[in-house]
Design a protein around this ligand. Structure first.
Ligand code: ADP
Ligand code: MG
Length: 252
């Protein structure tokens, strides 16, 4: 198991966005989390990537707790890992944002080596060599000197994936990887995701695109209003959907 989330709660002001969310992700598994816009999917990814602090619950990455729920005489709270452990966890997680979030003033190569060199002190030649290998794997070998504005949507997406792979993460999180792209590019992303999983990464795929989830996921979780309503293997999920709310979502 590379990721385990238990009893996660998060609110923004008065809005309860995540309600007792729990699941686990295995090595090499592609887990799709699907649900309507506003159901809390991005917030869940942001909690896992430590961009948002959760209120209650536990998140464990490769056996290391990012946060864990502790109950004592003062009540129940969520205790976060200290800096060095947070850094260990950061190394194990790759995140590809919906809008890619590439650094606009850096070339493709610089985007990929930024975190390894600056945060993790990887020697520059080593980081560059790894970056070039990733670019070749993603068929971007001729783009290392390009700037993000010179790339198509599909190329930016692949650079964002290369950047997220630069530290050999165990878990790859992708937020709506098809939403900014033309439908023809879907198959290429599906294959890229399958490659990552075949190399042993656990892939957490957030999408509202049912066709894509059906194409690529091994397991599916359905979220609504911050709650998990159903979970199962892809075959189970699409064959046996009894919940009316899920039926209506699938029917569109
Ligand atoms: N930083 C924030 N501050 C306040 N509300 C937020 C914040 N981030 C998300 N929300 C709210 O949380 C809810 C879930 O949002 P989000 O996680 O982005 O859903 P999804 O990704 O499923 O569309 C929405 O109602 C959104 O407005
Ligand atoms: Mg979202």
């Amino acid at each position: 198991m590379v990721l385990k989330v238990e009893g996660l709660w998060k609110s923004f002001k008065t809005e309860q966005v995540l309600k007792d969310v729990g699941f686990s992700l295995q090595t090499g598994e592609i887990l799709a989390i699907i649900g309507r816009s506003g159901s809390g999917k991005t917030t869940l990814l942001r909690c896992i990537n430590n961009l948002v602090k959760c209120d209650r619950g536990s998140i464990m990455v490769d056996g290391i707790y990012l946060c864990r729920q502790v109950t004592d005489a003062n009540g129940t709270k969520c205790v976060y890992a200290k800096g060095p452990e947070q850094l260990q966890i950061r190394k194990r997680l790759g995140m590809v944002f919906q809008s890619f979030n590439l650094f606009p003033h850096m070339s493709v190569l610089e985007n990929i080596i930024e975190a390894p060199v600056r945060v993790f002190r990887v020697p520059r030649p080593e980081a560059e060599e790894k970056a070039r290998r990733l670019l070749a794997m993603l068929e971007l070998q001729d783009k290392e000197a390009a700037y993000p504005f010179e790339l198509s949507g599909g190329q930016k997406q692949r650079v964002a994936i290369a950047r997220a792979c630069a530290l050999n993460p165990l878990v790859m999180c992708l937020d709506e990887p098809t939403s900014a792209l033309d439908p023809e590019l879907r198959e290429g992303i599906a294959q890229t995701i399958e490659n990552l999983a075949a190399q042993g990464m656990g892939v957490l795929l957030i999408t509202h695109d049912m066709v894509f989830a059906k194409r690529v996921a091994h397991r599916v979780i359905f979220m609504e209003e911050g709650e998990i309503l159903a979970e199962g293997s892809k075959e189970e999920f699409f064959a046996d959907i009894n919940n009316e709310r899920i039926k209506s979502f699938i029917a569109g």
